[in-house]
Ligand binder design. Structure first.
Ligand code: UDX
Length: 436
């Protein structure tokens, strides 16, 4: 089957490459000429493990191609995916649907055969109806259906998540949409990935509800971690203890510096806006958003406390290890590192950072932070070493060397990747999250 993927960003490119790998004939479309040129040269626009090899293999096999020409790209495609960005709209936090609507108009104008138009972008409830109206208004003579098919992949694990999903959600209002989507996902279906067919609006809401629920789970355990610090508990044991209850589940209970990334912050905010529009408050999510936002700066203050308080911290040097919002990505969007660095520099602390993939993108976001070539260079002369992101490269630091290089043996581990007893045995002041 020919599939067109409009938008060759994170979701579009990963989904397109994976569909091609399953044997479909895929054209990825993007209006950004330089992105398409680079893809032709085998250069990926994002860092995602395994993506370059997957793209390369499928291009060579003749199943994956790239173009800036939407009309040509969608010709003959039975399924046309919309996978463009829906960022937070400046000023009000609503999802900005400019790109989605633009693509819908273009698709409507250029449709040359019967097709299903699939929104893979995260879009607020009711967007499918609007996309349908836009395409119909373009006056197409061809049969079309608009389907919602949200994507649940995680950065850094995107290919695995796409190929072995917990579930595939398809929101469709008619049999044509259902028939084509069954064909699109047949390879995964046969892999026994469950497919949930539902209404378009339910499907659109499922994406937001899933992300908001996960953000809530993280925020919940983060607050339990704070309480553990006060009462003398261990948040990892608490997480394990509650997670063994099948109704709660063990995943997404790692306490840390607060969630970031391209999805949770923007999607929780957009959900709040939808709820406001429909006069149906989601107070739990309101609390989650506020709590997570203030947590990021609170982590900066935690580091200042480890330096001996505001007065003592002024003029001291802190090494930040890890800047991206999570490991195995170069994505800095809403990363806690930004707020942490800001809190520190506001307090007159000199910050030096190292990240395996994120430094280029981080530089303009944190102009007052110096970037080091590697972990040990950052650590040299530091009064405190802070692990912000749990990259594997930070899991086995040579603690003797760290102690030798640093001005003071202070380790603030915001991801709980070290055992307190091990680090303290080496003579460090060790501060972590929810463990005393
Ligand atoms: C998320 C969803 O997981 C995915 O299904 C959706 O499609 C997009 O948003 P992603 O943003 O790539 O994916 O990363 P994820 O691994 O979910 O982590 C999000 C944030 O939560 C990160 O900042 C991470 O550090 C944090 N997190 C995650 C925790 O603090 N604790 C956890 O237990 C899990």
């Amino acid at each position: 089957m020919k599939i067109a993927m409009v938008g060759s960003g994170y979701v579009g490119l990963v989904s397109g490459a994976c569909f091609a790998d399953f044997g479909h004939d895929v054209v990825c479309i993007d209006k950004d000429q330089s992105k398409i040129d680079r893809l032709h040269d085998g250069i990926m626009p994002i860092y995602e493990p395994g993506l370059d090899a997957l793209v390369d293999a499928n291009v060579k096999a003749g199943r994956l191609s790239f173009t800036t020409d939407l009309g040509e790209g969608i010709e003959g495609a039975k399924a046309i995916f919309i996978a463009v960005g829906t960022p937070s709209r400046r000023g009000d936090g609503h999802a900005d649907l400019t790109f989605v609507h633009e693509v819908a108009r273009e698709v409507g104008k250029n449709l040359a055969n019967d097709a299903v138009i699939v929104t893979k972008s995260t879009v607020p409830v009711g967007t499918g109806d609007e996309v349908e109206r836009i395409i119909a208004d373009a006056g197409t003579k061809h049969r079309f259906a608009v389907v919602s098919n949200p994507e649940f992949l995680r950065e850094g694990a995107a290919i695995g998540d796409f190929k072995r999903p917990d579930r595939i959600v398809i929101g469709t209002e008619d049999d044509f949409g259902r028939e084509i989507m069954t064909e699109v996902y047949r390879p995964l279906y046969l892999n026994e990935s469950p497919i949930l067919f539902t209404s378009r609006r339910s499907s659109e809401l499922i994406k937001y509800a899933a992300n908001a629920f996960l953000a809530t789970k993280i925020t919940f355990i983060n607050e339990m971690a704070d309480l553990c610090e006060k009462v003398g508990g261990n948040v990892q044991d608490v997480a394990r203890g509650i997670g063994m209850d099948g109704r709660i589940g063990p995943k997404f209970l790692n306490a840390g510096p607060g969630y970031g990334g391209s999805c949770f912050p923007k999607d929780t905010l957009a959900l709040l806006k939808t709820a406001e529009d429909y006069d149906s408050p989601v107070r739990i999510i309101e609390a989650v958003v506020k709590t997570n936002e203030s947590r990021k700066r609170a982590m900066g203050r935690k580091v200042i406390d480890a330096l001996g308080g505001m007065d003592a911290a002024r003029g001291k040097k802190v090494a930040l290890l890890g800047l991206t919002f999570k490991p195995n990505t170069d994505d800095m969007r809403d990363s806690p590192a930004i707020a942490i660095a800001q809190t520190l520099t506001d307090a007159g602390v000199n910050v030096v950072a190292y990240d395996p993939e994120g430094m280029e993108i981080a530089k303009p976001l944190m102009p007052e932070v110096a970037m080091a070539e590697n972990s040990y260079e950052a650590i040299e002369g530091a009064d405190a070493v802070v692990i912000v992101t749990e990259w594997d490269a930070f899991r086995a630091l040579d603690l003797d060397r760290v102690k030798e290089l640093a001005a003071a043996p202070v380790l603030v581990d915001l991801r709980n990747i070290y055992a307190p007893s091990d680090v303290r045995a080496k003579g460090f002041d060790y501060v972590s999250i929810g463990r005393v």
